[in-house]
Design a protein around this ligand. Sequence first.
Ligand code: CTP
Ligand code: ZN
Length: 153
Amino acid sequence: MTKETQQVEAIKNGSVIDHIPANVGIKVLKLFQMHKTNQRVTIGLNLPSSALGAKDLIKIENVFISPEQANQLALYAPNATVNQIENYEVVKKLTLSLPERINAIFKCPNTNCITHNEPVDSSFSVSAKKQDVQLKCKYCEKVFSREIVTERH
Ligand code: CTP
Ligand code: ZN
């Protein structure tokens, strides 16, 4: 990428989460508590993107996101790329695939679920038939669509 098209300042070391759908960047930042760090975090919202029209982007300095952590984002930003930057170079580019489980990210949509009254982390198994993603709560065993979860949180 040339300097002229760099929309948010380049970082020396860390992670760049790119191609987040517009309006999902803040949600991802908060859900995954990316702002709760002492490292410098820069975000770009509604940046022009040839592929998406508009996109959000998050850069976290000196933090390296593992493939497992990256995949936890897939429910919210399936087409995101997680770039690892070392000494200003992109040394690794991860594309995301849905994880088998999502733990402790969002609350169970079932208000009667035991997890609302007990000090336990939420836990969902993830299954996908083509584009149709389903999340099953480990505790109440109810099944929810991707939309039910992502539109509430
Ligand atoms: N980036 C950065 N700091 C660097 C190098 C890259 O913040 N030192 C950012 C770029 O701005 C871009 C992302 O990391 O948002 C990926 O960089 P690069 O692979 O060079 O960009 P593209 O080729 O546009 O990536 P893609 O093909 O994934 O769209
Ligand atoms: Zn539940």
